[in-house]
Design a protein around this ligand. Structure first.
Ligand code: GDP
Length: 297
């Protein structure tokens, strides 16, 4: 298990005397620990470096109030800086679902939790926003994936587009659009096929679907446990397809969530939701405070 950042800092500051303000040396010593902890939490090196620089500037010379120790003071500065970095503008969880039926394109690698997340999100839209949602699987390569979405749909009371064998992904997307329009749905969600790795076929298929429906939102689902890989995948999807946000799954697992910090900094795209388990209710809006707390430990 990880040693938490707060614990690390506690140890460092036990050796420091209480002073009225943080000295440059105090800050340097503490930030060395912060850097190691960030790297252990799978924050990428350049992001960790930039972060440390920003915190160093803020922390040096800052007054230590009587009620807290210098260690706690640095933790607080780091915590606030993490939140600043995670937050960013336009983080509103509200998905753009004006002008019905609004298409939401779900993209990502196989096994990232895409199908589960599609269903979770559909349920959320229905329950929290009273939307009528239609789901369609475009995974023509894996009949089991199509069936999985249909089964989840039945479980949560969300309609799925009937499966027609032999159609291309684009044909299914167009049929979903038509059915959503005729059926008076507010939203139709397209669960695209995943692959084990990013490849040209996957990308070009997603591009064709995107061009056919002009999605209001394109959400990338990535496994939060894969750390830096999740960030690389996001960058690739952003470059090739363009995404409006990210859903980080498996944030109920053991990972420290460093991917969240790098995600924002590297791709510039907001994390909109986090997956916190296999159950259909285990999806929450992204909250900078929670993730910052988690990275700090
Ligand atoms: P897909 O191939 O990307 O469509 O992945 P699936 O939606 O089929 O999910 C793969 C597995 O991950 C399933 O067993 C899901 O229940 C599980 N899963 C999805 N999201 C989460 C999550 O947030 N936390 C946990 N613990 N498991 C998840």
């Amino acid at each position: 298990m990880f040693e938490s950042l707060s614990e690390r800092l506690g140890g460092v500051f036990d050796r420091l005397t209480k002073q009225g303000a943080l000295s440059a040396d105090d800050v340097k010593t503490a930030l060395r620990e912060v850097r190691v902890a960030l790297l252990e939490a799978d924050v990428s090196l350049p992001v960790a470096r930039d972060f440390i620089k920003a915190v160093e500037a803020k922390a040096t010379g800052s007054a230590v109030t009587k009620s807290i120790t210098p260690g706690q003071q640095v933790v607080k500065i780091v915590h606030d800086a993490l939140i600043d970095m995670l937050r960013g503008e336009g983080e509103a969880d509200a998905l753009k679902i004006d002008n019905p039926p609004a298409p939401i394109l779900m993209v990502g690698l196989q096994g990232s939790g895409k199908t589960t997340t599609t269903a979770k999100l559909a349920k959320r839209l229905k329950e929290k926003q009273g939307k009528r949602v239609l789901m369609a699987s475009l995974d023509i390569y894996r009949p089991a994936a199509m069936e999985q979405l249909a089964i989840l749909g039945t479980q949560i009371g969300i309609d799925t587009l009937p499966i027609v064998k032999g159609e291309s992904a684009v044909q299914i997307a167009k049929r979903a659009k038509q059915q959503a329009t005729l059926g008076g749905y507010d939203v139709y969600m397209l669960d695209t096929a995943g692959r084990l790795h990013i490849d040209e076929v996957l990308m070009s298929e997603v591009q064709q679907v995107r061009d056919a429906v002009s999605p209001r939102e394109t959400l990338l689902v990535v496994d939060g446990l894969t750390g830096q890989v999740a960030v690389d995948v996001a960058q690739e999807f952003e470059d090739k397809v363009g995404i409006s946000g990210v859903v980080l799954t498996r944030m109920d697992g053991d990972g420290r969530g460093g991917a969240a910090l790098s995600m924002r900094a590297v791709t510039g795209k907001p994390i909109r939701f986090v997956g916190l388990g296999e159950k259909m209710d285990a999806l929450e809006t992204f909250e900078a405070e929670r993730i910052a707390g988690r990275i700090l430990g």
